[in-house]
Write a protein that binds this ligand. Sequence first.
Ligand code: Z5A
Length: 209
Amino acid sequence: MPRRLFITLEGGEGAGKSTNLDFIHQWLQHEGCDVVVTREPGGTELGEHIRDFLLHSKQLHIAPESEVLLMFAARTEHISKVIRPSLEAGKVVLCDRFTDATYAYQGGGRGLDADRIAAIENWVQGDLRPDLTLLFDVSVEAGRERAGQRSEPDRFERENNEFFRRVRETYIARATREPKRIRIIDASRPIEQVEQQIVSVLQEAVHGR
Ligand code: Z5A
């Protein structure tokens, strides 16, 4: 039987997390996993309220420190009500973004000190870390062009290319430091090839091959 796993999806704007989430969910179910799909910020009633505020507030400028604390407030609720109970019940948790996004957006993008983020991470999460993270990587320009075809941009999507370059660099630096956990998926390829790469990474994580 596949063991319990905590899998997270990460990437910059337009990298294709949402596009591939369904595919990953179905693949895991087909392999016999009991899967809980969730997202951050969000995943609980309080978390969804925080998400709504952070993404859609008319107040564009929020102090980066407030932003990071709100992300972790949502995360604390999410961990205690959804993530830990699901893992303890032997399920696979498939989460659209988690703490790597905080390092990338609030650390890289907003310029907050990574050591401060790490201190809150340790306090809030204890030893909880994802077992596997799929980092969907595409150039900022290509990702933004794909995402640009959507409707009204949210608070993050209004940031400039420089912001998103720092986000991407931070993600890649983290993947370089933790290559076993964070697997880079080349999201610039056609969807069928992206899916093939996803499957080979998941095979290894779920079945150890
Ligand atoms: N955030 C943060 O700052 N700190 C934190 O700690 C956390 C989050 C947890 C909400 O995230 C925001 O929260 C996020 C960071 C911040 N802001 N930003 N930007 P989100 O995950 O909900 O929002 P998102 O980044 O906009 O992601 P998304 O909606 O999941 O979409 P996506 O991954 O960017 O891409 P997509 O919707 O799957 O695809 C975009 C388009 O590209 C779509 O038309 C697809 O059909 C197309 N596509 C996808 N893949 C391909 C390929 N391979 N070829 C061609 N076309 C493709």
